[in-house]
Design a protein. Structure first.
Length: 361
């Protein structure tokens, strides 16, 4: 019967797999990784928060597709949290971690990946439902979309917790992997192959849907007198989704291939030399998505820009108001009324952006 090592710290497992975590995470390389990681994480938090707020604020986004897009932004926001936790629990610190803390570190990353992947798959289903009926948006109710979002996170949390639930090498250290010293190599093979297969399936589905949309749009354009912009809207949404999917596949595939090679016990592949850079590439995906949303969707960018504008105007207005002496404010009712009117006018200008934005689509 194999002995289990639940009470050991991670240095025991790193030594067993002969993985060095100290030398490679010191000096200029460590500074570069931490600087880029910190900048990217801050951008992820701010930009994805703006995407979620834009969907909530703009009533033109109150449709299943945009709810799922906001949930994808939430998954990217969660990925930022996972990367922050990783930055404070990696390098030389890795060997000092307990087994449970290391499981938490990796579980957060696996959960964020699964949440994004399953969300993209659900978006593919939503797009298929709407496109086959040649509609801009599907007829999914808010209750069903809410159920789907809850299901996405339930699946993501479960997949992130699978190694903790038992698929690990704590009781058989001979099958431990190199990149993840308490993960079983068989689990890494399962995890990487499953994700790569889902990548391939989604790419094929989206290409098929896109070809159908293009063909159907060309046929309808010669027989209908509807507005050109309305006929092009499904195509624009598909381009947005396909760009997001393409970025996701490009950023995550190298890391998954490295995990697969590690699962196959490839000792001459040099996976230890590239793992941190592929991790940064995966982090870059959460940075790219908000940029894609704003670049591909004029309405989304307009809403985000108006929110940033209103925030900066409110901040500067409050700063100016705080600098006004109380004696000036109380000198006459007319002056007070003037400042109150200023605030009302400024608020109207910010609010007017929502009405003006309706002409963007």
């Amino acid at each position: 019967m194999n002995e289990c090592y639940y009470d050991k710290r991670m240095d025991f497992f790193y030594n067993q797999t002969k993985t060095d975590t100290a030398d490679e995470w010191t000096g200029p390389q460590l500074i570069v990784v931490l600087c880029f990681g910190t900048f990217f994480c801050l951008f992820i938090f701010i930009s994805n928060s703006l995407v979620i707020a834009a969907v909530v604020k703009n009533k033109r986004f109150h449709f299943p597709f945009y709810y799922l897009l906001a949930n994808l932004a939430a998954a990217d926001f969660f990925a930022g949290i996972a990367y922050v936790f990783l930055m404070f629990n990696t390098g030389p610190v890795s060997k000092t971690l307990t087994v449970n803390r290391w499981f938490l570190r990796q579980g957060l990353l696996d959960t964020s990946l699964t949440a994004s992947l399953v969300n993209l798959l659900v978006i593919a289903v939503e797009r298929h439902m709407s496109i086959m009926r040649m509609k801009i948006h599907s007829n999914l109710t808010k209750k069903r979309v809410t159920f789907l979002i809850i299901s996405i996170w339930a699946i993501a949390i479960f997949m992130g917790a699978v190694p903790t639930l038992g698929w690990n090498c704590l009781c058989d250290i001979t099958v431990c992997s190199s990149l993840a010293p308490i993960y079983s190599r068989s689990y890494l093979i399962f995890w990487s192959v499953l994700n790569l297969v889902v990548f391939f399936i989604m790419v094929v589905v989206y290409i098929r849907i896109y070809m159908y949309v293009q063909r159907k749009t060309n046929v309808l354009s010669s027989h209908t007198s509807g507005s050109i912009s309305r006929r092009r809207t499904p195509v624009k949404l598909m381009k947005t989704v396909m760009t997001v999917l393409g970025a996701f596949v490009v950023c995550w595939t190298p890391g998954l291939v490295v995990l697969l090679l590690d699962g196959l016990n490839c000792t001459h592949c040099g996976i230890q030399n590239v793992k941190r850079w592929f991790l940064l590439l995966a982090l870059l995906n959460s940075v790219m998505n908000p940029i894609i949303y704003s670049y591909k969707d004029d309405e989304m960018w307009g809403t985000m820009k108006r929110m940033m504008c209103c925030f900066s105007e409110d901040k500067s207005h409050n700063r100016r108001s705080s600098q006004i002496p109380s004696t000036v404010l109380c000198r006459s009712t007319d002056t007070s009324g003037h400042y109150i009117e200023d605030g009302i006018i400024q608020g109207t200008i910010c609010g007017k952006g929502d009405l003006g934005g309706k002409g963007n689509s």
